[in-house]
Design a protein around this ligand. Sequence first.
Ligand SMILES: O=C(O)CCC(=O)C(=O)O
Ligand SMILES: [Fe+2]
Length: 425
Amino acid sequence: MSEHAGPSSVPPHAVSAEQRAHAEARFRQAQADVAAQRLEQAAAGYREAAQIGHPGAQLELARMRLYGIDAPADPAEAVHWLQRAEASGHPGASYLLAMIALGGTALPRDARINERLLLAVRHDIAPALRAVAIHFGRKPGDDDQTRCIQMLERAAGRGDVVAAQLLAERLARGEGCPPQPRAAEELWAQLERAGVPRLPAIEAPLPAQQEGRSSTLTLEDVLWPPPWTPLSESPALRRVDRLLSADECRLLVACAQPQLRDSMTVDPVSGEARANPLRTSRDASFDPLAEDFALRCVQLRIAQAAQMELVHAEQLIVLRYAPGQQYRPHRDYLPPATLAGDRPEAGNRARTICVYLNAVADGGATAFPDAGLSVAPQPGCAVVFDNLDADGGPEPRSLHAGEPVVEGEKWLATLWLRERDYRAF
Ligand SMILES: O=C(O)CCC(=O)C(=O)O
Ligand SMILES: [Fe+2]
């Protein structure tokens, strides 16, 4: 993780100069192995250097173990190496430990998350700055809003493109600062020259707040799910209002935009992904390797709103529908052949939560024919429904559709939640 400042070589006095030099050489060779896709050799090299006490190697080995790059993922081993790197003062390790703890499985979801994140902020680690900016930006206080702008500026100054996009949108609209349309235009022009696409116009009310919360960086705020409003009992259907802030909606769009591809569906017989007239949108699925603290925090909040644990979630999908595009009536539970090829031990997709990320000029509601209901997109709000019946069998009444967009575009984030643990951490 080159963007993470911190000691990456073996601290002096711990081992002999000769061992230190050896660890450094093994570390460099492992980096070359990664570049050449020799992953098993890279892991072996990192491991040797990590055992000697090389914090950079400890961090890289941890990442390989966390994401299962050379062998099946082992978050517990990743945590072990990160804790050793953290003990040597590597702030990148603290940042990763905080990110892992959000899942609440490999590490407890406790106050250490805030401590570690703040430590990463003090070391100017850009993804930590971005996450903290978005966190303050959710809060109504003027001080919090000012902090959000300051943190976005700091992250953008460290080269964080997404923070720069979020900042430009806030400057343009005067969110947390007086409107500065000229500065916003300059920033957007700079971003466009670097090939960064503009964001769609997104405005959303501030998220619902838990009464009496302080304005410090406390994870409890994120964990508090706004209550849901039942819409139908059978099929089980609810809506959640004011779940995500405008920054959070923009974050999801900004991260998805560069990765959009034509939506595919999986053929239930062959298991192959292919274009299907069932779903004519474009979508992006977030690679776990690309997830940062802010993205995990938003997903945790979405999972909490669905009253499920984040580790039950498949990868988050962001969909974009242009006029005429739609998702024809379907059910989200997986047919046996598809399930068999994708973590059958996690069980089927028990619940779905769809979060609307922007306002659609016309069309694009989510229709539930068996409930006789349709939910119109409202930025930052979500619809939650159950795909399985009380006995865990497929619930045919969960049939639903993304109606065609008539005018404008529709951005949506979907989390499909399995019955049991799906993610490694
Ligand atoms: O676009 C919609 O409103 C529905 C999307 C959907 O059904 C899904 O993501 O599973
Ligand atoms: Fe669906």
